[in-house]
Design a protein around this ligand. Structure first.
Ligand SMILES: *Cc1c(COP(=O)(O)O)cnc(C)c1O
Length: 233
């Protein structure tokens, strides 16, 4: 389990090497694949260790925990991404502190993120989370409704629509993993036609990194492979 500064530094190196190797394997420029270090449930000491190894972008899932960590670590040397489910009453705190939100899935949340975005900050960078496998209990907009949500979000000048995020149904079969990510990419490509700011595909975690890179991920969100397993919450 990577806990010490050394272990985290080694794990980060391994993940970065993997990303470069996979980029080459699928004929992609490694510089177009950004690593988001998912630090949810992990203490600030471990985030500092990753930061000391050159990591800048960190992903958090829980509003209170994330805001507290941003308060301790600041924004100077960090880029903060919110990637968890959003209750609309928590949207204000999120938009006051984070740089990116990957998990916008309905108008009410988008509207609150926009209305509470502090005027002295640049537009919030957003991705629309799509429920790509239509799983009943999962967050995310339905694939057939993503265009409508994008149009609604594009009306808020406090939001900058960057792309699509998805967490497909867990699959061990590589071809099935790729199939889900391909469908996410096709949705992102259709959004891109209409919204020129769209350039981001946020997909792929520790267990399905290769399939996501094969299908064009531009942000991979990796927790376990960097920080070790998480205690169940
Ligand atoms: C926890 C989480 C991750 C990281 O998952 P790992 O399997 O630990 O790499 C990525 N994305 C989201 C949305 C998460 O909640």
């Amino acid at each position: 389990m990577s806990n010490s500064t050394n272990e985290i530094s080694e794990a980060l190196k391994t993940v970065r090497t993997d990303i470069t190797r996979l980029a080459e394997k699928y004929d992609r420029d490694p510089d177009t694949i950004n690593l988001l270090a998912v630090s949810k449930t992990k203490p600030v000491e471990q985030i500092k260790a990753a930061s000391a190894s050159g990591q800048i972008a960190f992903g958090e899932n829980y509003p209170d925990e994330g805001v507290e960590k941003i308060g301790v670590l600041g924004k100077e040397s960090f880029e903060w991404h919110f990637i968890g489910a959003i209750q609309s009453r928590k949207a204000a705190g999120i938009t006051q502190h984070f740089d990116w939100v990957h998990s916008v899935d309905r108008l009410k949340v988008a509207s609150r993120l926009a209305m509470s975005r502090p005027a002295n900050l640049p537009a919030l960078q957003i991705c629309l989370q799509v429920n790509i496998d239509n799983e009943p209990s999962k967050s995310g907009v339905a694939p057939e409704q993503i265009l409508e949500l994008a149009e609604q979000c594009a009306q808020f000048e406090q939001l900058n629509l960057r792309g699509v995020m998805a967490i497909p149904k867990p699959q061990t079969d590589f071809k099935l993993q790729r199939d889900a990510f391909r469908r996410v990419r096709e949705l992102q490509e259709s959004l891109k036609q209409q919204f020129p700011t769209v350039d981001t595909l946020s997909m792929g975690m520790s267990a399905d990194l290769e399939a996501a890179i094969a299908e064009g991920a531009t942000i991979v969100r990796v927790g376990t492979a960097i920080f070790g397993a998480r205690a169940t919450r």
